[in-house]
Design a protein around this ligand. Structure first.
Ligand code: SF4
Length: 483
């Protein structure tokens, strides 16, 4: 198979940091093409998503676009006519997984003329990754980035019309597209983007380059999307952004995250969550709103990354460990029973034993109920990649284990304290291992498994906790549905 490569656009490294003063907001315009409509007839698609919730939401939008022109979803990647790998590049192993997957699809793609293979998302926002895929993985038909998802059908049309391999990855966003179609993965809980991109530029993070400028969606669009979900019976909404707490800063109309949170809470969705918070922008008015509205779940994910002020400075996090712990204190004082989770990186360049011990101290004081821990991996193009990675692999591994051991003390204590008590749980689905076991989440985001009928999926039930494990609980339904 020898197809010409049609490069419509490629990201330019010096453009990735640039920010526009004003972002236009436009409604989605549907592109239709007889060629795509006939290709999609009786054809299936499969989207494999890596990484974070932003990518999961992008998957739902791509699914909406594809279903609009007639594609049908399949869970079996090796029968799909259109395969999309929706990628992540936050850590090196996420990229390695995608590259492995592209390689393993080679035979399937080459043996099936009516199959298209696409790679999109954060990984291909990096020029070196595009070059690698174009040169080494010639069975990839389509490469597109995070800023032109809405053009998906047009790009398929170009690839089919010219029988070419198409690359269209913009350096940065120039507008916010509203009223995009979407096929949501779940019928009872949903993510709603409130902002895209990030302007924090933490020195280790690639997101401000791959997802571009922070841009807040207009409040009216967010409220109308939430209202529509409520009208359709959704039980839970998670307001989504790389840094939700800075919502509105770019709108120049005095909008703040706490004001938006309050307005969404007033719509009376049974469960309201938000993700991800940044300690620098986490102001006390957010806690006030959380206190006032019982439908805002008492769970906060507040990444600390390190407990050492020296390392926090090198990371460009813009807060000190003292300021961070003050937020934790305020949360615990004002929201009894709140659960707090965090992200932590071990082995950042310059982290010595002293700095690591400071992290352990913060972990002990914060007494997290859950945590995500990572070993530092350098990302090409970030400022931290220029620092000397002076922590050996062995030391990183050993610190990682000590960190996990320290975290487990408070995580276990919190889980044990839940035993014997009853909590409302939103039923998510059937357990992966046993079909008569359901799983769902408490208001504080604890995973619970319990026997029950699948007709309860999407409902809030009361579950008495019988046993605790570190990352999940076991229980039994005690008092019917929707108490
Ligand atoms: S806040 Fe920092 S870690 Fe989070 S996405 Fe933005 S740059 Fe990355």
């Amino acid at each position: 198979m020898k197809k010409a490569v049609n490069i419509i656009s490629k990201p330019q490294t010096n453009e990735l940091r640039k920010r526009l003063l004003k972002m236009e907001v436009k409604d989605f315009t549907c592109f239709s093409s007889p060629l795509v409509l006939s290709f999609a007839q009786n054809k299936t698609y499969h989207i494999r998503t890596y990484g974070c919730q932003a990518n999961m939401r992008d998957e739902e939008i791509m699914a909406g676009l594809l279903e609009n022109v007639g594609f049908k979803k399949t869970d079996d990647i090796l029968t799909a006519n259109l395969i999309i790998l929706n990628t992540c590049c936050v850590r090196e192993n996420a990229e390695n997984k995608v590259i492995g997957e592209i390689g393993s699809l080679k035979n399937y793609r080459l043996n099936n003329e009516d199959v298209l293979l696409a790679v999109c998302g954060c990984m291909v926002q990096q020029e070196h990754m595009i070059d690698l895929i174009v040169k080494k993985y010639r069975h990839v038909d389509l490469i597109f980035g995070t800023h032109n998802l809405d053009n998906l059908i047009e790009l398929i049309d170009i690839s089919l019309r010219d029988n070419s391999r198409v690359v269209d990855v913009k350096s940065r966003p120039i507008e916010i597209i509203e009223k995009l179609p979407s096929l949501r993965n779940l019928k009872h809980k949903a993510f709603v983007n409130i902002s895209y991109g990030c302007d924090k530029f933490c020195t280790y993070c690639i997101v401000p380059y791959t997802r571009g400028q922070e841009r807040s969606r207009p409040k009216e669009e967010i409220l109308s999307e939430c209202q529509e979900l409520i009208n359709n019976g959704y039980q839970e909404i998670t307001l989504l952004g790389q840094n939700v707490n800075s919502y509105g800063k770019d709108l120049k109309n005095n909008a703040t995250f706490s004001m938006l949170l309050e307005e969404v809470a007033k719509l009376k969705i049974p469960r309201l969550r938000f993700l991800t918070s940044h300690p620098f922008d986490f102001s006390s008015d957010i806690i006030e709103v959380m206190k006032t509205y019982p439908n805002i779940m008492k769970y906060v994910h507040l990444p600390v990354q390190s407990g050492s002020d020296e390392i926090l400075k090198l990371m460009g996090r813009k807060y000190t460990s003292k300021q961070y712990l003050q937020i934790i204190k305020d949360l615990r004082k004002n929201l009894p029973g709140v659960h707090i989770s965090t992200d932590l990186i071990v082995g950042f360049p310059g982290e010595g034993e002293e700095q690591f011990l400071e992290t352990l101290e913060v972990v002990k004081e914060a007494a997290y109920e859950s945590a995500f821990t990572f070993i530092y991996s350098s990302r090409v193009g970030t400022p931290a990649a220029k620092l000397i990675d002076n922590v050996s692999r062995e030391v990183k591994g050993e610190r990682f284990q000590r960190l996990v051991d320290t975290l487990e003390v408070s995580i276990k204590k919190a889980a044990d304290q839940m035993v014997g008590k009853t909590y409302p749980v939103l039923v998510d689905g059937i357990s992966k291992k046993k079909k008569e076991i359901l799983s769902g989440y408490t208001e504080t985001n604890k995973l619970v498994h319990f026997p029950g009928d699948e007709s309860l999926i999407g409902q809030i039930v009361y579950v008495e906790i019988l046993k605790s494990h570190l990352h999940s609980l076991r229980g039994k339904i005690v008092d019917g549905v929707n108490k």
